[in-house]
Design a protein around this ligand. Structure first.
Ligand code: CS2
Length: 495
């Protein structure tokens, strides 16, 4: 048995492994982060690790809103963990020290609210995934009937949801005369800052209209675009990393060399000098956000549903099939790019070229099943916004329609061989019922799913320019399977 990674064993690491170059004991907490998943640990926590030597006031206290897994893994390691950066060229390891402590929120509500209320905490950031905002994905408004919202409004001192924790901490700060922290969302939502602000304002307003106005007027929620591909860590990763470290790490994270963070510079209580670690500060994130959500995530979801149905385990496996690569290139160039309005210095051609290479990264085993999760929350910003913009121009949406149809085929929960698909989605039960009612008819399935207004809104289900191509694609997927459909689709698709 190898020894465990921790402050006490840092000096035992091989020289090639980078490690914190600052005194961890001198670091104080400036950031509370909600949702301490692999993405946060491969992204923001690294940007923070980069600046702590110059400015030790920005250490992170991270919280899991549900499971104790990350805390169980990291607490014995004093919050330390390994970041593995992998590509076809090899692997580089770096130990990250910016997370001082991991709190398991359900077990320590007061502890977490206490740190969030501490005047030294000036930023509360979040990666709680799309569903963590308790909003309606089609409208971006707070879902007032969401069970966690109902619970948190009735029990404001014992919140469960991310908005519930933030609103309660803001209320306590206001009562104590402490300025509000900046709320920094790092999830793949459209206009993510504006969305979280809308959700928080409404939440606060429901308990007290004056407090709602305070949140609207005083709390800054800059939008951000975050980007780094971070597949789930496998046991094979753990073992390989242990061999190189000579120490065991219960939960390393594996990622790609690429990383990007574009942030609106609105931090009334100050912020770390993240530009020193490569973040871009801009006045308007929206063009970058559209670029990323539509080109990267839209392609990712399309590859995930079609690739899974075709029997491909990872994104790289899917991209190795030439028809799928052509489909995605066509999707990006023909259907998504005309909807983007980028600042003059952004190089979309280079961005798309890099994306294709990133998707093909042979060292990342990014499972199609992982990306396929939570489609009901992802589709609106990844594919349907692009569809709306295209329809406004009366332009074709054939490849986008194939992506939407593949999602429909996927959520039936039965694969092309009749095997079970483990569909993970907050709406999984309704999706399953809709599929069961359709009884194998693609028309009835499409009709049932289009009726879900939270996903498709009121406009798309009524527009035959949308329902037509989706219906055709779905019928083909049923009749011929994903592989043949993709191969034929790229041959016949409208430009
Ligand atoms: C992926 C994203 O799982 C998913 O849905 O599309 O997590 C993606 O890898 C990141 O957004 C990349 O920045």
């Amino acid at each position: 048995m190898s020894k465990r990674l921790s402050d006490a064993t840092l000096a035992d690491l091989p020289n090639a492994v980078m490690r914190p170059r600052y005194d961890r004991r001198a670091v104080t907490t400036g950031i509370v982060h909600l949702g301490v998943g692999a993405f946060h640990r491969a992204h923001q926590a690294v940007y923070v690790d980069d600046v702590l030597a110059q400015d030790p006031h920005w250490g992170i206290v991270a919280a899991s809103l549900r499971s104790p897994d990350t805390s169980d893994a990291l607490e014995p390691q004093n919050g330390l963990y390994t970041l593995s950066i992998r590509s076809g060229e090899g692997e580089a390891l770096r130990v990250i020290g910016s997370i001082g402590r991991v709190i398991v929120a359900p077990q320590a509500v007061d502890d977490l609210l206490g740190v969030m209320t501490d005047p030294r905490t000036r930023i509360v950031s979040l990666t709680v995934t799309e569903k963590g905002y308790c909003h309606d994905p089609a409208t971006g408004m707070l879902n007032e009937t969401h069970p966690d919202v109902v619970h948190d409004l009735q029990n404001p001192h014992q919140p469960r949801s991310a908005p519930g924790f933030i609103v309660e901490a803001l209320r306590r700060r206001r009562m104590a005369g402490i300025a509000p922290f900046t709320v920094l969302t790092c999830d793949n939502l459209p206009s993510n800052g504006r969305t979280v602000k809308r959700v928080l304002t409404r939440f606060a307003e429901l308990s007290d209209p004056a407090f709602g106005r305070f949140v609207a007027d005083e709390v800054s929620c800059p939008s951000t675009m975050v980007d780094r591909i971070v597949p789930a860590t496998s046991d094979e990763d753990r073992q390989r990393i242990r061999e190189t470290l000579g120490l065991s790490d219960a939960w390393p994270v594996v990622t790609e060399p690429f990383t990007q963070w574009v942030i609106e510079d609105r931090f009334p209580q100050g912020r770390p000098a993240w530009e020193e670690s490569g973040a871009q500060f801009v006045t308007d994130v929206e063009p970058y956000e559209h670029m990323k959500l539509r080109l990267l995530n839209g392609s990712h979801s399309t590859l995930a549903y079609l690739g899974y149905l075709a029997g491909y385990e990872t994104v790289a496996d899917t991209m190795a099939d030439g028809s799928f690569e052509r489909l995605i290139t066509g999707l990006m160039n023909q259907e998504v790019t005309p909807t983007l309005h980028m600042p003059a210095d952004a190089d979309l051609t280079a961005y798309k070229r890099a994306l294709i290479e990133r998707f093909k990264n042979p060292a990342l085993r990014h499972r199609t099943w992982q990306i396929a999760m939570d489609g009901s929350q992802k589709l609106p910003q990844r594919l349907l916004g692009t569809v709306r913009d295209r329809l406004r121009e009366n332009a074709s949406i054939d490849r986008l329609a194939l992506g939407v149809a593949a999602w429909m085929r996927y959520v039936t929960g039965v694969d092309e061989q009749g095997g079970v698909i483990d569909v993970r989605d907050p709406m999984a039960v309704r999706l399953r019922e809709t599929a069961d009612r359709a009884g194998g008819s693609p028309e009835r399935l499409a009709g049932g799913l289009f009726a879900m207004r939270e996903i498709f809104g009121d406009d798309l289900p009524r527009d035959p320019r949308f329902t037509g191509p989706v219906g055709t694609a779905l019928a083909r997927l049923y009749a011929q399977g994903a592989k043949r459909t993709v191969a034929e689709w790229i041959a016949t698709v409208r430009p």
